[in-house]
Design a binder for this molecule. Structure first.
Ligand SMILES: Nc1ncnc2c1ncn2[C@@H]1O[C@H](COP(=O)(O)OP(=O)(O)OP(=O)(O)O)[C@@H](O)[C@H]1O
Length: 352
């Protein structure tokens, strides 16, 4: 089901607005993550999609239908929460069948459907067990199967992986992707973990302070961040951020003078700082001094001093020693300028 927000705002108490004029469309059959720091309004947005919370103003559409005034039941959404919310006294099969029982689906039919779903989420060998004797990942599988039982219009997941350990999180995020692709159900996933969002989503909505910063694919967020917030929020290690005043004449002649005048902040991805000429477009060479150099496994992180500011690069090929001077090639790809509002004015696809 396609979901559209038209100018949706929300205030819990009538005075402080939490979400401001949200406008977006989630295309049918896609997996979309809502990503942002704690308190930015992710869960509130999801609750408005579900119908558990009504917007203060604006309209919500499922396809062409205005569902603003419909509750969660009418909207037929399936929800999975971080604490799974399984019924502890019911076994796995009964948990999955429960919504069908409530909907008065005849027993043989609901059993057949529940077994199909148990197979879909790979929990069919645990049907007689109670939730308490399952692992976190298994409980999450049951919760997803239960949410899918009534063939929901949407599957909504609120931080579903945050109670799992690191390895299980990776396994389960792949599973959520697989299940979404097998069922084709439009799925909306709330997370504060960029890694999770970047790996499973078709599109990512980046929220901050109740406003959409950017809504696009993971690749576009990384290569064409629309503003400084997105550039700093997406990417690991974090993008280097300098003031334009930290530069001397290095950028002069390379970038339009008018643009440089409007620039407040400069963003440089760690991989845009190379210690040799890679043949890719270079904007400038800059002189830095090595502060620390760490190598572990495939990772190489050099922390450098540039005009008294700190820069991180992951691209050192040569043997380097702490304290030495290091000239670096500043590549155009991964280099951005932002104006005083934080809007990107140079770098990436200029017209993105
Ligand atoms: N029931 C409520 N009544 C009043 N204010 C609320 C309520 N629920 C959330 N808020 C406030 O609304 C803002 C957004 O909260 P929300 O839970 O949507 O953020 P979030 O991005 O999901 O955060 P987190 O990642 O920490 O869960 C926060 O300032 C929060 O304190």
């Amino acid at each position: 089901m396609e979901v559209t927000f038209k100018d949706v705002s929300l205030s819990y108490d009538g005075s402080r607005e939490i979400l401001h004029h949200l406008n977006f469309t989630i295309p049918e059959g896609t997996l979309v993550s809502i990503l942002g720091p704690s308190g930015c309004g992710k869960s509130t947005t999801l609750m408005m999609i579900s119908g558990l919370l009504a917007p203060t103003s604006g309209q919500i559409f499922f396809g062409d239908e205005d569902v603003t005034k419909q509750d969660a039941l009418q909207r037929k959404v399936g929800m999975v929460f971080q604490n799974y919310a399984l019924y502890p006294h019911l076994n796995v099969l009964d948990n999955i069948m429960f919504p069908l029982k409530m909907a008065k689906v005849p027993k043989p039919e609901r059993k057949k459907k529940a077994i199909e779903l148990a197979k879909l989420v790979h929990i069919e060998d645990q049907l007689d067990k109670k939730p308490g004797s399952l692992s976190g990942g298994q409980q999450q599988r049951v919760a997803i199967a239960r949410a899918l039982a009534k063939e929901p219009s949407l599957l909504l997941l609120d931080e579903p992986l945050s109670n799992l350990d690191a390895r299980l999180r990776i396994e389960m995020r792949q599973e959520i992707r697989r299940i979404q692709q097998e069922t084709g159900v439009t799925t909306i996933f709330v997370t504060h973990d960029q890694d999770e969002a970047l790996h499973i989503s078709d599109h990512i909505m980046v929220l901050n302070s109740g406003q959409i910063q950017q809504f696009s694919s993971a690749e576009t967020l990384y290569d064409n961040p629309s503003n400084l917030f997105v550039a700093q929020f997406i990417g690991e290690p974090v993008i280097n951020t300098l003031d334009i005043a930290d530069f001397g004449d290095e950028l002069k002649g390379q970038i339009d003078t008018e643009l440089l005048k409007r620039t407040q902040k400069v963003g440089i991805r760690p991989e845009a700082l190379q210690d040799h000429d890679t043949g890719a477009e270079t904007l400038a060479t800059i002189t830095t001094k090595v502060k620390t150099f760490e190598k572990f496994g495939r990772e190489k992180n050099a922390l450098l001093d540039f005009n008294g500011k700190r820069l991180l690069t992951t691209e050192i090929e040569a043997e380097i020693a702490e304290g030495q001077e290091l000239p670096l090639y500043l590549q155009k790809s991964g280099f951005y300028l932002f104006d005083q509002d934080g809007t990107r004015i140079f770098g990436g696809d200029q017209d993105a």
